[in-house]
Design a protein. Sequence first.
Length: 166
Amino acid sequence: MKTLLQSLFALALTAALALPICAEPKHIYPAPEQAPADISAALLKARNTHRRILLDFGGDWCGDCQLLDIYLHQPENLKLLDAHFLLVHINIGHTDKNLELAEQYGIPLKKGVPALAVLDSRGRLLYSQRNGEFEAMRSMDPTSVRQFLVTWGTPRGDCSAVYINC
């Protein structure tokens, strides 16, 4: 019996050592108190460059937020992002920070993160994620992010039904 337990322990130890070591998550989201200043700076720059603002609510602890950032920075998506948006990462802590900003931009944090909002170059809300659309990034692919960037990156002259506020 002792030999069997030792063998099982050795097997378990070997398996544990063979598992990949998870790296620390990439630091994407600045300190929560930085968000208002980052939004103000983006609004000023957006007016001068005629780009939209993409607000990304999330946290470094969130695996789906990390994956969204990877997808946003893939070459095809990054080209769209840089051409049409100013990206602002808003740190929500552990869903206990920047709650007033989430409410201001219509983000229901209880539905999960990452959560996105799109503002026009004057700061008007054009889109607000209502149903946790990007909350399960692990089951999505880069083309869904690309489609979002294409849909919301090109200014439209009219107020279509997909806009929240026009």
